[in-house]
Design a protein around this ligand. Sequence first.
Ligand SMILES: Cc1cc2nc3c(=O)[nH]c(=O)nc-3n(C[C@H](O)[C@H](O)[C@H](O)COP(=O)(O)OP(=O)(O)OC[C@H]3O[C@@H](n4cnc5c(N)ncnc54)[C@H](O)[C@@H]3O)c2cc1C
Length: 328
Amino acid sequence: MKILDLIIIGGGPTGINCAISAEKAGLDYVVLEKGVLVNSIYNFPTNMTFFSTSKLLEIGDTPFISHGDKPTRSEALEYYRRLHQAWKVKTHLYEPVLKMERQDNSHYLVTTTKSQYRSRSVIVSTGFYDTPRLLNIPGEDLKKVKHYYDDAHPYVDQKVLVIGAANSACDVALETFYKGAQVTMAIRENEIYSKVKYWIRPNIENRIKEGSIKAYFNTTVKEIRTKEVVLEGPEGTIVIENDFVLAMTGYLPNYPLLQNLGLEIPDDKDKIPIHNPDTLETTLPNVYLAGVVCAGMKTSTLFIENTRDHGEIIIQQILKNKVQLKTF
Ligand SMILES: Cc1cc2nc3c(=O)[nH]c(=O)nc-3n(C[C@H](O)[C@H](O)[C@H](O)COP(=O)(O)OP(=O)(O)OC[C@H]3O[C@@H](n4cnc5c(N)ncnc54)[C@H](O)[C@@H]3O)c2cc1C
């Protein structure tokens, strides 16, 4: 089995970005992606619009043209398909990585569901969209509870509870309301999250003010039942009728996977896999962290926009270490 220069785990915007930098540097690399190309974006809500302008998402010296200043999900998918083709990014799709082991102090053995690979360096760019932040309440396992939102159509004429008050929750509450759902929001805090985008916040606040969307503030969900939900807030415990729960409570990095890769995860609140923020190198030699996974549990701090330099930083580091790579 040959030893590659680089394995990139995760074929999201960051994995593609790193692959383009590796391609430019002439490295022998492969991207291992568990699903489709840019799997997370493919699974974003069908009609979502990015909050970044297309200009700020551009990578690979390739212009990102969109109809509006902010691209839609389908424009983004087109952009990443184009990048993939134009840069001939070497990708193995539908191939989840399971674990990684250090071999003879000279390289890593990466095991997927289909094969094994050897590589002198590895980039972990697995994002955070795999694991929903669970509520851990009775009834959360009912089929009517969704942690991923796709399209408004199934919720027409249904009593929908949206949990959360950040961008995704507000977007989902508005979209399902406009398409004909009866929407209630359960919000732990006393207001809509202050960092909700400036073009979404007034809309959701006004829908709540006029009573089109009912919002319970300072309220937590205690139980989900087949036809109702139990909320607890300033009015005490209340039970409301309900058909669907859209729990827009965010997502976490896949920590069991990061542990199987041998990364060190501190036992604190933020759980940021240990890495040097300047070089992005982890505590494993020649293993790097890239993209939004670098934020650990602080998922709202890193985006495509502010991690676009990760590919270049890491590849420069790999080139610098190339002599040592042969012997580390
Ligand atoms: C609804 C939503 C809207 C957003 N809007 C914006 C925006 O407007 N602007 C912005 O800059 N950011 C935005 N973000 C944040 C950021 O863009 C995304 O999280 C982005 O997808 C991060 O890119 P990434 O490549 O680091 O991670 P991801 O896109 O999550 O890519 C990780 C990849 O790793 C793969 N993977 C995971 N585990 C394995 C495994 N075991 N083996 C192989 N592959 C694996 C996944 O399938 C995935 O394809 C948004 C996020 C969300 C959730």
